[in-house]
Write a protein that binds this ligand. Structure first.
Ligand SMILES: [Zn+2]
Ligand SMILES: [Zn+2]
Length: 446
């Protein structure tokens, strides 16, 4: 009998998981399967009814209601429409799980039966078409499923969970606003912060990870280039801000190509330029909007300072009075790079591989997109954070893209159409087990 038991035990251990872990995993998987139908309804509701950054009132109410139902103590309106759910269950680690809730001002063109047709007001009160083009509705669905699954396992772990619905990710303001409103002082301070993000390039069923820097820091910048307008036929009597803006744009390219080490990522993109009203009028001003990306704070500061210097130099060269030198404004103060703590990454990757199998867990390269999740770890003392990519693309579309070289719709595209079922189920299974395993660190020590 003993030898049979030992044999069974050895098979269990040799396949990567112990029996106890397998039992936990099968309980988690069962919950994910059982809860899916209800979560799909919630997902499709959120997808059809997106809300823009800073005005996520209904989504926040939904998150609050769902977290309460599975036993979390919930506080609403933390840093705007932020929701904080706390589940205390004895002495142990404190784990924060974050889902962002906002949609984007994009008109959906996926043709899905539950596609958004919503026209909604943004924070400034302007009416815009809206869509969950970044998959934040997937994130919320996964977090709610995870809350349910982990709460059902309550007798098998000890510790504290802090599940947050974060507003205003797309404007890179929500995480900072929640911190400022006491996320770590009014509520338990986490030992680890976890999150996931929908991936538009990984097949559903797979997850991706990138240790250390995985997403860039971001600054939005506005520049107003002033001139002295006049008749287009008498340019010599004017100071033409359109010509000055053209100089400015070409000079800005040298920040990345000549001022930053080729080994350091740096992006300076002018995404919008507006000036003038008619063929033959030289305007008084031109407005530009820029996005700046890098990983290191040194590169970020150098980029900002260089833009200011180039703008000032342009004003001097044009012979403008100092009051009419280009005005440079930075729209956000923080926007830190997303840094995946290497030790935490390693721990969670072991868990992900245990849940899905090695071939469904892929190491992926860093990107220059930005995420404000990293801000949750940029506190004193710092908190290890880890965000992984959750595949959402159908295998057929993925294979087709690999074969033809045609790009699949990216995040923020009006055509981004994640596959809900395998994505949400994979999200719940992996996130719940990752949380459980991290909570288990203390349980093991006792
Ligand atoms: Zn986004
Ligand atoms: Zn996003």
């Amino acid at each position: 009998m003993k030898s049979i038991l030992l044999f069974i035990l050895l098979i269990g251990v040799s396949s990567g998981l112990t029996f106890a872990q397998k039992d936990i995993q099968s309980q988690i998987n069962a919950t994910a399967e059982k809860e899916y139908a209800r979560l799909e309804q919630l997902y499709k509701y959120m997808h059809a009814n997106p809300e823009l950054s800073g005005v996520e009132k209904n989504t926040a109410a939904l998150v609050a209601k769902e977290l309460r139902e599975v036993g979390f103590e919930v506080t609403e309106n933390v840093g705007g429409y932020g929701v904080v759910g706390v589940l205390k269950n004895g002495v142990g680690k404190t784990i924060l799980v974050r889902a962002d809730m906002d949609g984007l001002p994009v008109k959906e063109e996926t043709g899905l039966p539950y596609a958004s047709k919503a026209i909604v007001k943004n924070e400034q009160g302007n009416e815009l078409p809206a869509m969950h083009a970044c998959g934040h509705d997937i994130h919320v669905s996964v977090m709610l499923g995870t809350a349910k699954a982990i709460s059902l396992l309550k007798s098998q772990w000890k510790g504290t969970l802090v599940f947050i619905g974060q507003p205003a990710e797309e404007t890179v303001q929500g995480a900072a606003a929640m911190l400022k409103d006491g996320l770590y002082t009014r509520f338990p301070r986490p030992d680890y912060c976890l999150s996931l993000h929908a991936s538009a390039s990984l097949p559903a069923g797979k997850v991706g990870f990138c240790p250390e820097y995985s997403m860039a820091n971001v600054n939005s910048m506005s520049i107003t280039v002033y001139g002295e307008g006049g008749h287009g036929a008498y340019p010599h009597t004017t100071k033409d801000p359109i010509v000055l803006s053209s100089y400015l744009i070409t000079q800005l390219q040298t920040i990345t190509s000549r001022q930053t080490s080729p080994l350091e990522p740096c992006v300076v993109t002018v995404g919008s330029i507006h000036g003038g009203s008619k063929h033959n009028i030289i305007p008084n001003e031109v407005k530009l909007q820029l996005t700046l990306r890098s990983y290191s704070e040194k590169v970020r500061q150098n980029t900002i300072e260089s833009i200011k210097k180039i703008a000032r130099g342009l004003g001097i060269a044009a012979g403008l009075p100092e009051s009419k030198f280009p005005k440079v404004e930075i729209d956000n103060e923080t926007g830190y790079a997303l840094y995946n703590d290497p030790i935490l990454t390693e721990k969670v990757v072991v868990s992900l591989k245990g849940t899905l199998g090695d071939k469904y867990v892929e190491k992926v390269p860093p990107v220059m997109a930005a995420e404000d999740f990293g801000e949750l770890g940029k506190v004193q003392p710092s908190i290890p954070t880890f965000m992984y990519w959750l595949g959402t693309v159908s295998q057929e579309k993925y294979d087709e893209s690999q074969a033809t070289g045609l790009q699949m719709p990216s995040l923020h595209s009006s055509l981004f159409a994640p596959l809900p079922e395998p994505s949400i189920k994979t999200g719940i299974k992996t996130m719940t087990k990752a949380v459980f395993d991290l909570l288990g660190e203390t349980n093991k020590k006792k």
